[in-house]
Write a protein that binds this ligand. Structure first.
Ligand code: HEC
Length: 208
């Protein structure tokens, strides 16, 4: 584990050096590798930079059960991924080790400034969750979910939470919901990386 981390870090250092020489020093490091706290949580760095990562998609009022709920305003979610993992996905159609995917949940507003119709996102962040691929650390699932508090540190969610079962049973690529990330789905199709569960789900209505 330690050796793996060290070799990744040295590769990151070389990569980081070229990036830093081209841009100013305030720009986040070119490599984003998950780091853990002593009690198994996720450290705030490099998560603090997620807003500079690659944007995959937004969902509006997405719900996973048929019952409606009476919400007075919309809720948006935004999905980001660290740029290194995105680059690897473009080449392979799946996520490499150390991938970090962030789900940011934001409150919607419809009245404000010049807006007359529709909703936009406001600055009220309702939640932040992270999906981390680290098969050495999480051998049973390959991935783990963390709930990020306001202070930026992530609490590991137990494997018994329904996060794990829904993502495992319904997500299109390696327990991630690529079917909702429009620029990645076609790529995964071409590379043949769609999960068996997702392919079966897609084929099911045709049989009826
Ligand atoms: C019933 C299904 C379901 C459950 C349960 C669920 N999710 Fe998800 N999750 C989704 C869907 C659908 C998306 C895609 C969202 C979008 O398109 O904006 C998603 C996306 C995500 C993402 C973005 C990265 C990815 O893997 O695609 C994270 C992070 C995430 N969920 C965390 C969680 C956490 C943490 C929990 C448990 C507390 C959880 N989810 C429970 C369906 C689910």
């Amino acid at each position: 584990m330690r050796n793996v981390c060290l070799s990744i870090l040295s590769a990151a250092a070389v990569f980081g050096l070229t990036a830093v020489s081209m841009v100013n020093a305030d720009v986040p490091p070119a490599s984003n590798i998950p780091a853990y706290t002593a009690d198994g949580g996720l450290q705030p760095q490099p998560l603090a930079n997620y807003r500079t990562w690659i944007f995959l998609s937004s969902g509006v009022d997405m719900r996973y059960s048929k019952e409606g709920s009476a919400m007075s305003s919309s809720v948006f979610d935004n999905v980001f991924v660290n740029p290194e993992a995105y680059q690897a996905f473009l080449e392979t159609g799946t996520w490499p080790e150390q991938t970090m995917l962030v789900l940011e949940v934001r409150q919607g507003t419809s009245k404000g400034s010049i807006n007359q119709h529709g909703s936009y996102q406001n600055d009220s962040k309702l939640g932040l969750e992270v999906h981390v691929k680290d098969s050495k650390r999480f051998p049973s699932t390959g991935w783990a979910f963390f709930d990020v508090a306001e202070n930026g540190s992530g609490r590991l969610l137990p494997m018994t939470e329904d996060c794990y079962s829904c993502h495992r049973d319904h997500a299109a690529v390696d327990t991630t919901f690529v079917q909702f990330y429009p620029t990645l789905l076609g790529l995964a199709e071409k590379k043949g990386t769609l999960s068996a569960a997702y392919r079966a789900e897609q084929a099911a209505p045709a049989k009826k």
